[in-house]
Design a protein around this ligand. Sequence first.
Ligand code: NAD
Length: 294
Amino acid sequence: MTRVAFIGLGNMGSGMAANQVKAGREVVAFDLSKEALARAAEQGMTGASSASEAVKDADIVVTMLPAGSHVSSVYMEAILPNARKDALLVDCSTIDVDSARTVARDASMQGFRAADAPVSGGTAAASGGTLTFMVGCREQDFAEFEQALKPMAKAVIHAGASGAGQAAKICNNMLLGISMIGVCEAFVLAERLGLDARKFFDIASNASGQCWSLTSYCPWPGPVPAAPSNRGYEGGFAAAMMLKDLKLAQDAAEMAGAPTPLGGAAEALFDEFVQRGGAARDFSGIIEMLRGKA
Ligand code: NAD
């Protein structure tokens, strides 16, 4: 039976690891949180007392941790010294490109196959096994990583070499942050001009303003029933997470010398929204700040 070590059983990791169990794999789980470990046991996983213990004898090691510093330390202190050399190492956290490349380089220098594989899709997709994975790894290793990720995925896409998965993720989320603010500003202007919001939606969604933030995740309540705007901006994709991704994009842009003025403006606006108490709200809730209501 394929043995998976899963480290980081938070909002995303717990559902993802449960899908590995459902696929008939043996999952040995570790998290610093006792509650997360208790939940993992209820879902059919074996709890480990440390990350080092979890990775021993694993065929696949998955990490789903908050940020680059957590991933680097778990790799250096637990995974690289204790995992089998033929284990597949895959980090699904959203982290900076630099840390992803450093971790992959260190792993490969010790003879491991490693991939960065951040995801698109929130907690519902994590539980439903319908995440999209953007994978950075060597071409010849991709097929095996694809099999490893399959129980948790709707799609697994090879983005390029190490770090390319993280690069794709932050470029996509920078675009999403900018487009959401653009859609919000258009609704606020339409409102001030006395244009009916529903009429504006019907026109823009059939005109050149059409985009995902408008037609699939409309920040104005009503036109898209499943969007968080109809639930008081609860759940969904937290503004704090969007801010984290926009910061990663700005850091990467500075490092690469890429001009991203709108990415910078989006970061500043989400920072303001978070400062004003919007951290846990869905990111489309920024429309309330732009309307002067937050
Ligand atoms: P989370 O904070 O809910 O979970 C992180 C887990 O890691 C926690 O349970 C924490 O206890 C554990 N952890 C931290 N350090 C650890 C260590 N050294 N050893 C073991 N466990 C440790 O975060 P999340 O929402 O599950 O997000 C995880 C990653 O996925 C982040 O990088 C995030 O940006 C990314 N992501 C999140 C979403 C989302 O909608 N939540 C969507 C896409 C990507």
